[in-house]
Design a binder for this molecule. Structure first.
Ligand SMILES: [Ca+2]
Ligand SMILES: [Ca+2]
Length: 354
């Protein structure tokens, strides 16, 4: 009887793993046919050769761009160079990307910037919050932006036992933010296992100096996060589940799910169009090509716009789609006055007119 029990348990486990493997294959191997789509007058931005993972644009048109992300399993073409934060003034006719100086004793060599979020205080001081992975750890760095000097003054490093494998943040008050955790494990082998078996152990965290708590969980891999214009709703991208969760924000900062919008493509960072409230999603249409990089057959890029996300029938349209011949691995898109800046995990950004 003992052997029969062992065989039964083994059989059930193998069947479960087999089913998860099949679902994983469906999730990552399914190719997505792309109809090439491009807005007007697109050109690549020089200076952002090491990627433009996340972009946050101030109401004044100044865009912050995080570059040089080193992330396990993702190609990096400048592994010895530290990451940097670039600035572009989108009011200029031909805006150029300029690296920002960082002051106040911050260890610039260890900067490995991932998701970013700006916060404007009541006195109009601009703060830039940066998810950092120094030595593959996860911290959130708070910088004060000095516009005249084009520099960032480092104010604080936030670390916490719940701030692990952080991907992106959205700041909604002084030192009050939501952050996503994209993996439960940190070792690459276990991360792969986690992806294949789809444990759904990742979450959204709320951080404030007084309270740190998990406010939403059960994501396959929580990635980009942003807030609606009125800040009543939080939008969370679940990259491997290929969807966006619309969450209601409560007074105690807890989140409850309103709905899930399925997009059928890996959804990375999210921004909101300041003029319309539409969600813009930087997406990866070819998961396998992203996981196994081949310069001869690179991963493509896709940017989707979601209109009326809160209504019964949100409308999803393609803003940009390319098979990788122009733009590889788009991770974010942000708009300002009929202009769009599309960032990528490891290559230059693309700037177009809408
Ligand atoms: Ca972000
Ligand atoms: Ca991301």
């Amino acid at each position: 009887m003992g052997k029969l029990l062992v065989l039964t348990v083994l059989g059930v486990s193998l069947a479960l793993i087999g089913e998860r493997l099949l679902r994983f294959r469906e999730r990552v191997a399914a190719p997505r046919e792309l109809e090439p789509t491009e807005p007007k007058n697109c050109h690549l931005i020089e200076g952002l050769e090491n990627g433009s993972e996340d972009i946050d644009i101030l109401p004044s048109g100044l865009a912050f761009i995080s570059t040089g992300l080193k992330y396990p399993g993702m190609p990096n073409f400048a592994p010895d160079k530290p990451g940097r934060i670039f600035l572009m003034d989108l009011n200029e006719q031909n805006p150029k990307a300029q690296a920002l100086e960082i002051s106040n004793g911050f260890d610039k060599e260890s900067l490995n910037p991932h998701g970013i979020s700006t916060f404007i205080d009541k006195d109009n001081t601009v703060y830039l919050y940066v998810v950092n992975h120094p030595h593959m750890d996860s911290t959130v760095e708070i910088f004060k932006f000095e516009e005249k000097q084009r520099s960032l003054i480092h104010l604080k490093t936030i670390s916490h036992e719940l701030l692990r494998s952080v991907n992106d943040i959205v700041v909604l008050g002084p030192e009050q933010f939501y952050a996503t955790r994209d993996h439960y494990f940190t070792s690459y082998v276990l991360v792969l296992l986690e992806m294949i078996l789809d444990f759904q152990w990742t979450y959204v965290l709320f951080y404030s100096p007084k309270e740190v708590k998990v406010v939403a969980e059960g994501f396959s891999s929580a990635n980009g996060i942003t807030a609606s214009l009125d800040q009543k709703y939080i939008y969370v991208a679940d990259i491997t589940a290929k969807n966006i969760h619309i969450m209601k924000k409560h007074d105690n900062w807890d989140l409850t799910q309103v709905k899930v919008i399925h997009l059928g493509t890996l959804v990375d960072n999210l921004t909101v169009d300041p003029a319309t409230g539409d969600i813009l999603a930087g997406c990866h249409p070819n998961p396998m090509k992203l996981l196994i990089y081949n310069p001869e057959d690179p991963p493509g890029s896709e940017v989707l716009r979601i209109q009326n996300a809160l209504s019964d029938k949100p409308r999803v349209s393609t803003v940009y789609a390319n098979n990788g011949s122009v733009l590889q691995a788009s991770s974010v898109a942000s708009v300002y006055h009929e202009k769009i800046l599309i960032g990528t995990v490891f290559h230059k950004a693309l700037y177009c007119e809408l």
